[in-house]
Structure formats: C-alpha cells, structure tokens
Design a protein around this ligand. Sequence first.
Ligand code: NOJ
Length: 551
Amino acid sequence: MSLPDAPDPWWRTAVIYEIYPRSFADHDGDGEGDIAGITARLPYLADLGVDAVWIAPWYPSPMADGGYDVSDYCDIDPRFGTLDDADAMFAEAHRLGLRVIVDLVANHTSSQHPWFLAARAAEPGSPERARYHFREGTGLDGGEPPNNWISAFGGPAWTRIDDGRTPAQWYLHLFAPEQPDLNWEDATNRDTFDDVLRFWLDRGVDGFRIDAAPGMSKHPDYPDFAYPDPQKFATATWTDNPHWDVDTVHDIFRRWRRVVDAHPGEQVLVAEAVVNGPERLARYLGPDEIQTAFNFDYVHAPWDPAALREVIDRTMTALAPIGAPATWAMSSHDEVRHATRFGRAGETTWGGPSQTSDLELGRSRARAAIMLTLALPGGAYLYQGEELGLEEVEDLPDAVLQDPVFTRTGGRIRGRDGCRVPLPWSGTEAPFGFSPTGASAPWLPQPAHWRDLTVEAEQGDPDSMLSLYRTALAVRKETADLLGPSFEWLPSAGDVLRFRRGTRFECVVNLGPDDVPTTGPVVLSSDSAPSGNVGPDTAVWIVHDVPPEIP
Ligand code: NOJ
C-alpha cells in the first residue's frame, strides 16, 4: 500500500516533540518550567534529531486545566515568561532548524476570560452571552440542566450561573466548569480567532495544534444524547453525537486553513480529534481543511500484533484518498506513559485505576515500539521524557494532584498528573537539574530512581533509551525510503510485523514469545545485545544491499 506522491512540505514527515512547558525545564527557579528553560534546552532537542516542537498552552491561565483554560490568547502567562521570551524562543528554534507549533484552545476559554466575565454580567439574549452557550434550564424553576450532556472530566456539562436573575441560565462546558464552551456560530468569535491565528503567524509560528477540534460545533437544538455509558466521555465510540464531531465543525477549519494559506510559508494545522475511527478522522483532513491529525487510534492501540496491524492499515486506507500524511504517537500529556502501558495488560487509559506494571517489559516494548513508529510512513509525535524511558508516576500523593479529573470524579480517577512530572536532566537528587540549585521544589515530586533516567545519565550510555532514540532519528533522517510514501507488508508469522519501505529498507517487529530469524543486514536493533535473531518484544531495521526477492 502506498500513500500517494505529493509535494513535500516539512510537516508530511516531521517528527514533532511535545513540550509541556510547566514540566520541561525551569529557568527562573520557581519550581515550574518556563520559556527561558525551553530555549536553553533547544540544542538538546536539535541534537536528539526532532524536526519541530509543539508547545502545550503557555497563555495566561488560572490553570484549572493545566493551561487549557486560556484567559488571553495573545499573551504569555507570567509563570512562563513574556512575549519577548516567546519571540526569543522562536528565533533560537529557527536558528537550530526546529519548527514551532503552538496550541490553539478555541473550543472553550477560561471562566476568567474577559469575554466570559462580560457574558456573565450581561443580560440573557445579549451579544456577550451569545459568545457562549447559555441556555434556560429545564424542570421546576429551570433548576435542571438544559439537557443530558456530560463533561469529559465527569459530571454534567452544564453549570448554572448565580447572577441573581430568575431564572438563572446555565452555561455549557464540555470540560471543567472553569472552561465554558465558545459558541462557534457567533460571528464575533469567528472573526476574533482569525486575528488570533494571524497574531501568532506574524510572530513566526510554524503551525497550530487544534485542541478538542471535534467539540467546537454543537447541534443547534441541543438534543439529549443516548450515551452508551454516561460515566464515560468516550468520543471514540460515539456516532451522531450532538456535541462532538458534528458536521458543521468543518466550516471552522476550512476558514482557518484559508487564514493560514494566506500567510507566506508552510504553516501546518494539526487536529486533536478523538473521533470514531480513522474514517471519521479523515473528514478533518484535506487540501482545504486541516493538514494532519494526531492519530489516537494508534496511541491507544495495545501491544498486540493484530491490533497494531489493523490500526496501521485503517489509518493509511482512510488517509490515502485525500493525500494526507499519517502521524503516529504513543504518549502525550494526556495519556498514561507508554513504558507503563506496555508493561501491563488490560485497560490502558488514564481513566483506569492504578495497576502494577512490569516496567522492564514495558521499556523493552517501548524500545521496539519507537522503531516501529519511526519506520511508518508520515510524521510522528514524541512526548517529552519518553526518549528517557520515563514511566507514569502513579503514586503521587493526593494532595499534589492538580488534574480536574481527580476532583470532578470524586477521586475515582486519578487523572493525568502522572505523565506531567518534571523532567530529570542531570544530577543524582531531585530536582535533577529541572530547576537551578536553590530553587523551589518542582511542582510535582520526581521519583528518586529517576537519577538513573536523567539526560546526563543516559547520554553517555550507548544502550540507553536516549541513545536508541538519537540513533533511530538519525537513521530515519538519512534513509530516503523512510521519508517516502511507499509501504508494503511482507509475509510473516502472525505475531510478527514485517514491512518494507522503498525497495531495500525493512522493519521487523517481533511481538511473539519466540525468536524469529533475521532476514538481512541489521542497521539498528531495539535489543542492546542483539543475537542473530529477532527476540521477543524486539524490533530491527534492515537495509538490504540489493532489493531482495520477496516470496
Ligand atoms: C485536550 C488537551 O490535550 C487536554 O489536556 C485538555 O484537558 C482538553 N483538551 C481540554 O482542553
């Protein structure tokens, strides 16, 4: 199977490294990461071999949802720095050959955004209220929510305001109550966000990651939805939902694409869209809409040959007709780190309860998995710290947890803080170089054993996860076949994934319990002590001297 030939803008094959700014590197010593910290560490990322960074939100925010509650779209939160710091970061990134993608959170604002404060203060039916979804309640005195919609973080998606009016209205928030949803039917919102895009384009960004893209349009009649499970905001299983993946949402992105295309350069839009399968995802992509999307079906695939093969096939089959490149990722600031997931069976999302994980197994699978990921056609996303083999920190004390999921579910779900623990850079004690000496403690505590997983500890070790990532990224960059569109499965046993890219490059991933024979000269193995065979939970890259005959 091949993706169609297409002109080659950078984003078609880019490896993009996600930075969660609060946890990446702290320059000013307040225990939280900042932009100056990012800038100082950009040479590390250039050396790692990624093509771009995606910065999770750094805008002014009350931090009710880790920055995904924005109170000003055209500024920087003082905890992270200033616009001048951002400009300096863009300049340094570009000097090093790295592109920069920023996060655009336009499904909702913060409840502290001046637009929402004005809407609360205004009359029902006013233009200020029209920027959000304010509705009358149902039941006696309008005391029940307008409909049965649920929030991603637990509980109803509606909160009643207390403004002294009778009856008081309710507002919609698909996420936390501190994140009121914007009404995208409102012309002022549409015009304003065109300007927000231009503001960042003019400052030199190379793209936008569109947060919660499928949520942005709602059914105009706000009908109830028959949730398969009203405890779960399980968008990947919903069809015909009135507040997720509604057809009118595509008008917004076609409009944004026109804004981006009118700007000189090759900026990219990336959809964050958890929808019901690659076929629905493909509807967001194309020459007049979004260029690429984060591939959640792959993120959520278990370490299982049939599941992986299926998601790879479905992704490429769905994207081929529109000529959009696939992307592949295993972790993010929202997911249980994959070194942990791959070391356990069963439920693998952050919604699941804490379970034990065989981290040694998880890490060897993670080594094989990054070689699979980087050998697939299209682009890839890495999440900060996966290159060090960091695991999910699942024993954070309740008192430090900040994810609204924890409180909104009454502690039933611990949430996503465990993948957001500050990175270990150097040294043998916390904060492991995350902050300068004498700084405040990191905003989430780091496990003591991360002393063995610092950048400093791993960079001199040829067998470390970091060395594997560096080598794999370097080989990928030098191997034209890996950056081209061709992809073909090769015959293999059921628990082995074997495919060829171009005529000479071959990737073999053994997910079974037995060794399988090597089929040619190995240029890279995920096993730091490779034998002549490909062992269990191991991947190899093979480059044949001459194109082999395939039986
Ligand atoms: C997706 C973001 O990645 C996540 O962190 C956030 O909580 C929700 N969207 C709401 O903005």
